[in-house]
Design a protein around this ligand. Sequence first.
Ligand code: NAD
Ligand code: HSO
Ligand code: ZN
Length: 431
Amino acid sequence: MRIVTLTEESRQNLLDNLLKRSPQNYGEYEGRVAAIVENVRTRGDEAVFAYTKQFDGAEVTAENIRVTEEEIAQAYREVDGQLLAVIRKALVNIRAYHEKQKRYSWFDSRPDGTMLGQKISALARVGVYVPGGKAAYPSSVLMNIVPAKVAGVGEIIMTTPCNAEGKVNPTTLVAAKEAGADAVYKVGGAQAIAALAFGTASIPKVDKIVGPGNIYVALAKKAVYGFVNIDSIAGPSEILVLADESANPRYVAADLLSQAEHDEMASAILITTSRALAEKVSQEVEQFVAKLSRKEIIQKSLDNFGYILVADDLEAAIAAANEIASEHLEIMTENPFEVMTKIRNAGAIFIGPYSSEPLGDYFAGPNHVLPTNGTARFFSPLSVDDFIKKSSIVYYSREALEEIHEDIETFAKAEQLTAHANSIHVRFEEE
Ligand SMILES: NC(=O)c1ccc[n+]([C@@H]2O[C@H](COP(=O)([O-])OP(=O)(O)OC[C@H]3O[C@@H](n4cnc5c(N)ncnc54)[C@H](O)[C@@H]3O)[C@@H](O)[C@H]2O)c1
Ligand SMILES: N[C@H](CO)Cc1c[nH]c[nH+]1
Ligand SMILES: [Zn+2]
């Protein structure tokens, strides 16, 4: 990996380079995606079936687009029992963590009879997109469905691509059943997003779409935002390790590569105060890459967006980490909790040598659907909050309103909104 001294210039060059990964940069795909979305909106199933044939080579029809109970039963027969046990163990942790995020309605009453409050309602129907092109991600099924179930969403509609034979990855199906999806449809890409957003004869229209996917999925979610809500426009995976001389170079190297293997556009960055550690990590990376199954993807990712930055001190390293705002941040320093208190921008923060990023991908409980491309400055991990809505509750007694009715009328008249003023005045006009 390239080793660079952290300076104002090298940090800015890195930030500029990382921005090239943002789905917002893919203007040339926008037109293609817009056409797919519009076709599905106007032609419904007919367009969904045509695109599925064109991009996935599958003969999908109204009769077979929805996964049947028999297909799910067959999936259980194909999935290794040990993996099923692991999925069930992971679900226990993921559910337990997300239960802590539950929100409750509250109401506040005052002696004058006023009552104000906030009413929590779960979304009625949510669409969950699960990627299925290059690889299958049953863990993403769990991460997208569990917070929706904990929130109390009425109906969860999942879509995921099928192969040319019309078969969905069995582990994806088993994970969907275990997590509690109500229906699974065999469609992927932009056409799946459009079908969920507008509804077709076969696929129900949803209120919100969540879940990661490739550039077509990401841009389609952006295109339908407003007709439905979306969780985010997820970009390629990324990891940033903050380490000093106390860190184990093999652990650091292995963790960097765990995210580099996701995608040629993934980013793996080490920021360290120790040049000796930088050299050792680079050597360990080289040795690991030679042995790893996805070495081609990893090498492209490292060539494009892999960095080892050597900082003068920990403060400079932390400042750079806050600017990069990585999806995943690992802290492997002498006092990791002290460093954590200074981190403002990161999707998920892994503390210490045994909190390796894949622990979060699969098992610890926190959600692995995280903000990417620097959006951790303003976005948060997928959570129960993404699946609820809030309504404000207002109750005033006559006495309470009488007390302040002139103030409201004064305010309304100041905005020349006399009907607003009248709507208050009318209740006290006999005065
Ligand atoms: N952030 C996360 O939590 C997370 C988790 C898992 C995966 N991911 C990311 O999700 C992405 C998955 O991408 P993927 O491609 O494997 O699966 P995908 O399901 O996102 O996309 C596959 C679909 O793309 C459509 N498609 C393919 N070529 C097309 C074309 N030329 N024009 C229009 N549509 C086309 C097809 O209909 C196909 O079904 C990867 O980038 C991976 O890194 C992210
Ligand atoms: N780390 C990915 C998000 O960037 C999520 C994932 C799914 N499976 C393995 N990893
Ligand atoms: Zn991962």
